[in-house]
Write a protein that binds this ligand. Structure first.
Ligand code: SF4
Length: 190
């Protein structure tokens, strides 16, 4: 599979006319509408903060997912071990932008585990099948998109056991296991 490289200029040009407030020039806190979903990959660590600032100018929120090779079999975009410090710095920068611009939807808990995920190759305690399920177009259920079909939606039974798999840190999976702490409630209210 050919590698897809992030090109900021192309992205910016393509987005004009598609995104509300795309022509806004101010860098102030936005009244957000719509959401960008951005995947953190080895190739785009440098431009992720630009994506957040640009989204803020457009009045758009941003949420993050962490790249995994599960869907493509291509490990080229997994953040490499020699870039762990850069990734750690990026996470701190995102937490700062989240506080200041208020357009990052991803939880602090999620962001804090991005580094763990890429460093160790997994995060424990996946709640797939318990806190969320995948529904196929023909009405069958999977614990998550990467797991096999186990039942039809009409026969739904909640998964009894937690998944042993730790292979992804997609946003949907990570956000489903955020502990409900005072900090988290405050984050949701802001
Ligand atoms: S960690 Fe959970 S959501 Fe991710 S692939 Fe494994 S079972 Fe699915």
């Amino acid at each position: 599979m050919a590698a897809i490289r992030f090109c900021w200029g192309t992205f910016h040009a393509a987005s004009r006319g598609l995104i509300p407030n795309a022509d806004r020039q101010d860098d102030t806190e936005s009244k957000t509408q719509g959401r960008l979903e951005a995947v953190i990959i080895d190739d785009n660590l440098k431009v992720i903060p630009q994506i957040v600032r640009q989204a803020c100018e457009w009045g758009v929120k941003v949420s993050f997912s962490s790249y995994a090779a599960l869907k493509t079999g291509n490990s080229d975009h997994v953040v490499s071990r020699d870039r762990m410090q850069r990734l750690e710095d990026l996470v701190e920068e995102l937490k700062d932008l989240k506080r200041r611009l208020k357009n990052i939807v991803s939880s602090t808990y999620y962001l804090d585990h991005v580094h763990d995920y890429f460093r160790s190759g997994g995060v424990e305690d996946c709640r797939a099948g318990q806190k969320f399920v995948q529904v196929t177009p023909d009405g069958y259920l999977k614990a998550c998109p990467e797991m096999p079909v186990t039942q039809r939606y009409t026969e739904y039974k909640r998964w009894r056991h937690r998944q042993e798999c730790t292979s992804c840190w997609y946003g949907c999976r990570g956000e489903s296991q955020v502990p409900l702490t005072i900090g988290r409630i405050r984050e949701l209210l802001l």
